[in-house]
Design a protein around this ligand. Structure first.
Ligand code: 7TS
Length: 413
């Protein structure tokens, strides 16, 4: 395994960089992962060999660009186990995908008095669109709470999801707690009550195998930049029938069947939801990313490696006096995301101290303020591990934290 990790590390030139005179230790993968060379090369090849707009002209470059673009749609379909490539919509990211569902499916189907059920651990991207929709329509927003292990409480979910529920919107993996949520059980609860389930997969895809049909998800959203791909590209999966029944999101070029002076009809899905020139470079890069994930890293190996790192570091973190880790204590219930606070040191100070040693972690509210309020804190530090991180980097984090604790207690030695 270690040899394989070194082979994977070699694909990421940035990992050889020095930051503040130390070898970079990149532990902010939940915010954005690094991009392997092969993805950049694929994007460069598009720009150098067949750069053109898609779905428009009949010239050679345009046809080549369209063919590659549509091939990636088929690749994504296979990657997440969708039934048809018509169910794959390219968006600018997970946030865009989630806003799309609320503004189309939500606008059409939510009425006053309906319930929308989210979990308390949602990223603001899967909370604010539902909050706004509920305010606009006079609907109720209900929260599934945490259980004693700081995981999603399925018993509470069974009480909150009722025949009044029209939409259940939950994250597959929390970007703060790192816990993997029981999506299939939630989907079955939603369906039993006649609701649809929207799954935010931003922290799940690329960490373990995701099969939308096996999960019974109605909608599933994720971003390219969190799975070693480019920025500004994301995916929305939706069941074809649901997408067919939804009104369009943005209006403009390429999403119409016919336009007259007085009206318009819409193109079939997925074009109906891809108005204007899409992020073609992003899509080409996403295709290369999926190849890299499947053929070079292997999804099962990613899962195993993150698990191994969590099993290694979690007890050691917990043995640091004054350090509180959030989320389930059982490493098998997590991906490589670990949020914590150390004594009363502000996470920004902690992150700045670690940065001086080249260790990059995230600090703040992680765009999950209601969750942090529930945990009784305003901010937290977060280290998030990926396939290219090593135990030696985990050790650097541990000793960096111990140094920071000493420093903030005693000042300069
Ligand atoms: N959902 C979850 C669970 C996320 O973690 C994020 C981003 C998003 C949605 C939004 O994704 P985007 O690609 O559209 O921005 N999370 C983080 C994070 O934890 N730190 O920076 C971004």
């Amino acid at each position: 395994m270690d040899k394989d990790i070194q082979r994977i590390r070699a694909e990421f030139p940035i990992l050889k960089k020095q930051v503040n005179n130390n070898l970079l230790v990149y532990l902010d993968n939940a915010a954005t992962t690094q991009m392997p060379q092969v993805v950049e090369e694929k994007i460069k090849s598009f720009d150098e060999n067949y750069r053109a707009n898609v779905h428009r002209g009949v010239h050679t470059l345009g046809l080549m660009a369209t063919e590659r673009y549509e091939n990636v749609r088929r690749q994504v379909k296979d990657f997440i186990g969708a039934k048809s490539s018509k169910e794959i919509i390219f968006t600018s990211g997970c946030t865009d995908s989630l806003n799309l569902i609320a503004a189309t499916y939500g606008e059409k189907n939510i009425k006053a008095g309906d319930d929308i059920v989210v979990s308390i651990m949602e990223h603001h991207s899967n909370l604010l669109p539902w909050q706004l929709l509920a305010h606009k329509k006079g609907a109720n927003l209900k929260y599934i709470e945490l259980n004693d292990h700081q995981e999603l409480d399925l018993k509470d979910a069974a009480q909150k999801i009722t025949s009044s529920t029209k939409i259940v919107a939950v994250t597959h993996v929390s970007n703060v707690l790192g816990c993997i949520n029981p999506i299939k059980e939630l989907a079955q609860l939603a369906h039993k009550n006649g609701a649809v389930i929207v799954v935010d997969g931003a922290q799940a895809v690329g960490h373990f195998e995701v099969d939308v049909r096996n999960l019974e998800a109605d909608f599933y959203a994720f971003s390219g930049h969190k799975i070693f791909g480019p920025d500004g590209i994301g995916v929305l999966y939706g069941k074809e029938q649901l997408l067919n029944e939804m009104p369009p999101y943005r209006l403009g070029g390429e999403m119409i069947a016919n336009v007259t002076r007085t009206g318009a009809t819409w193109a079939p899905v997925p074009q109906k939801f891809e108005a204007g020139t899409p992020n073609i470079e992003g899509v080409i890069g996403l295709g290369a990313t999926i190849d890299f994930l499947k053929d070079f890293c292997h999804i099962d190996q990613i899962k195993e490696h993150e698990q191994e790192l969590v099993e290694y570091i979690l007890p050691k973190l917990q043995s640091i006096n004054g350090l509180t880790v959030y989320g389930p204590q059982d490493p098998t219930k997590r991906i490589g995301v670990i949020s914590f606070n150390l004594d009363r040191i502000h996470p920004h100070d902690l992150a700045t101290a670690l940065d001086l040693e080249g260790i990059e972690i995230r600090a703040g509210h992680h765009c999950a303020q209601p969750l942090l309020q529930t945990l009784g804190v305003e901010v937290a530090a977060r280290a998030s591990f990926s396939i290219y991180n090593t135990k030696s980097e985990a050790n650097k984090l541990l000793s960096g934290l111990v140094d920071a604790k000493e420093f903030f207690k005693n000042g300069f030695k």
